[in-house]
Design a protein around this ligand. Structure first.
Ligand code: ADP
Ligand code: MG
Length: 467
């Protein structure tokens, strides 16, 4: 078919759209250096730089590429990925770390000299090891108080000498008290100190899902070698591994491989190892074999400091009365505290008001009347209504931007209000792939920080849910 420039601009359009629907990390890692090689006879052939990217795209993104191609007027029956030198011309960016070559064979040395990629194969594996890390979580913006100072100190010690002390470090405690924040801060700091280090952060939900996919596509060896070669492995919310026998077995071996090699392992959970039901004894004893720290909900003073810090992030100085009011009334969960603050700020911004105690208290009491049985369906319907689109569309196959964004917002609200798992969120919105839900929630979380209109939309939807 058409000329190669036509193909190029078609592919640019496709990429533009894909960029909107996957997370930045995924886009840069998997799509950035791809090209459209050929499109004829119902088949599109996408050029990719190496075997690793080829496998991931085949595994996870074939459908997405086909859909977006179709939206751009190219209906294909099949999408193929092919390793091509055309696809690997651009140099790795900051976002991508290239694995050290195991041993510089003649061909890799040559490739280095000519700046071209070597014969495709295991040697040219490239991967963004920062995947999973979110830069907004740092030690600097973590407020330390009596409830978390031990955990904070242990994390700092690990950053000083990863793999030597406290291995594994096991942090546990209730929801929304800063476990993920600390884990991420460790990961970000270590990745920044040593850009070559393979620092992996993964939620257990995602870890399990990847493992299930690996079983299904007979890629368990890849899965195992990927995680067993980490320099730092951070596994969040490990309680979700309960009852998953095969996964526990796999994780046990990963754990041993890393531990024996003195690689740092950090784990979080909502309860201590001994209280996680259906956890194999051998894992239980591994988890408890390092340092376990109980994190508590921050005390009143710490909560006040957190509210102030978060308000400052929005470049707003809140009256002390409001800060105290929020900290007094939301005692059990920092995520909720932050949510209440964001809601207050969005509400005031929308109406051009200064935040006052009166507004804060009226918003909070509206929240308290939250229906006990808010359902996923109600959230989805409310979101669709807000954007004046049919519910069939928001849960249907359409990928137009004015449908996709509300869908992503609905996912975000489902996660935040009902704390649904990603696979469940995907299912509620008629998505097959739970990674779509992960990307969507991350994306809205990130964008709502920057975009006041988005924040307003979210808090308006929520207001209607609760009044
Ligand atoms: P958990 O993983 O324990 O459920 P998170 O780490 O996700 O909780 O924390 C929820 C929210 O509260 C995050 O936005 C986090 O930044 C914030 N948070 C929790 N504790 C603190 C703290 N001590 N200082 C600053 N922010 C905090
Ligand atoms: Mg967490």
């Amino acid at each position: 078919m058409g000329t190669s420039t036509q193909q190029d601009s078609l592919w640019q359009a496709v990429l533009g759209e894909i960029e909107l629907s996957v997370s930045r990390g995924n886009y840069v890692t998997w799509f950035k250096n791809t090209c459209l090689l050929k499109q004829a006879d119902d088949i599109a052939v996408i050029g990719v730089p190496n075997i690793f990217i080829k496998q991931q795209l085949e595994l996870k993104y074939g459908d997405l590429v086909a859909k977006v191609l179709q939206k751009n007027g190219i209906a294909v029956r099949e999408v193929r990925f092919k390793i091509s030198s055309q696809a690997s011309t651009s140099r790795p960016t900051d976002d991508v770390v290239v694995l050290d070559q195991p041993s510089p064979s003649k061909s890799t040395v040559l490739a280095k000299e000519t700046g071209q990629s070597a014969k495709p194969g295991a040697n040219s594996l490239a991967h963004s090891y920062r995947q999973g890390l979110n830069e907004r979580y740092t030690f600097d913006n973590f407020v330390v108080g009596g409830s978390n100072e031990l955990a904070f100190a242990a994390c700092q010690a690990i950053v000083g000498q990863p793999g030597t002390k406290y291995n594994p470090l096991f942090l546990y405690g209730g929801v929304g008290i800063g476990k993920t924040h600390l884990l991420q801060a460790v990961g970000n700091t270590l990745a920044a100190r040593n850009p070559k280090a393979k620092v992996l952060y993964i939620s257990t939900e995602q870890f399990v899902q990847e493992f299930v996919d690996a079983l299904r596509f007979r890629k368990t060896a890849d899965f195992a070698s990927y995680y067993r070669t980490a320099d730092v492995l951070i596994i969040d919310d490990v309680q979700f591994i309960a009852g998953k026998d095969k996964m526990q077995e796999e994780f046990f071996h990963t754990f041993n491989a890393l531990h024996q090699a003195n690689k740092q392992i950090i784990i979080s959970s909502d309860k201590p190892p001994k209280d996680i039901p259906t956890l194999e004894d051998r894992l239980r004893s591994r988890f408890a074999g390092g340092m376990s720290i109980d994190m508590q909900i921050p005390d009143y003073e710490t909560r006040c400091a957190i509210v102030q810090t978060k308000a400052q992030d929005h470049e707003i100085v809140l009256g002390q009365d409001i800060v105290e009011y929020l900290a007094q009334n939301i005692q059990t969960n920092i995520r909720e505290l932050e949510g209440a603050l964001n809601q207050l700020l969005a509400f005031c911004e929308m109406r051009g008001l200064d935040p006052t105690l009166a507004v804060a208290s009226s918003l909070l009491s509206a929240n308290k009347t939250r229906p006990k049985h808010l359902s996923a369906k109600q959230i989805i319907e409310r979101t669709a209504k807000h954007f004046q689109i049919p519910v069939e569309d928001i849960v249907g196959p359409k990928r137009d931007k004015d449908i996709v964004v509300p869908r992503q917002i609905a996912m975000y609200i489902l996660r935040n209000e009902l704390n649904l798992s990603f696979p469940k969120i995907a299912k509620e919105l008629g998505r097959k792939d739970h990674t779509t839900a992960i990307h969507s929630v991350e994306k809205i979380e990130k964008e709502s920080k920057l975009d006041p209109n988005l924040r307003m939309a979210i808090s308006e939807i929520k207001e209607h849910l609760y009044v």
